[in-house]
Design a protein around this ligand. Structure first.
Ligand SMILES: [Zn+2]
Ligand SMILES: [Zn+2]
Length: 80
């Protein structure tokens, strides 16, 4: 007797690097749930339609939730 066990593709979520929403917790704006502009399920990260400016960071290789990673701020290294 053999059992087929799914080890891949089951319940993998991606998290938006801009706002932290994920597949099961989409953020809603104007009563519409967001969708992925870009998503990489291997990295479990993406950029949702509410965080369009984060696509710039995404293009730079950012694959983590960066709540403070607004465009421009993260690029420089200055404080204040
Ligand atoms: Zn987002
Ligand atoms: Zn969202």
């Amino acid at each position: 007797m053999t059992k087929l066990v799914k080890t891949k593709g089951a319940s993998i979520n991606a998290t938006c690097i801009g706002c932290g929403c994920d597949d099961e917790h989409a953020c809603c704006n104007h009563n519409l749930p967001c969708h992925w502009l870009v998503v990489d399920y291997d990295k479990q990260a993406g950029v949702c339609s509410e965080c369009e400016e984060y696509v710039t960071l995404w293009d730079q290789g950012v694959r983590e939730y960066k709540p403070d990673g607004r465009r421009g701020d993260i690029l420089g290294d200055r404080h204040g």
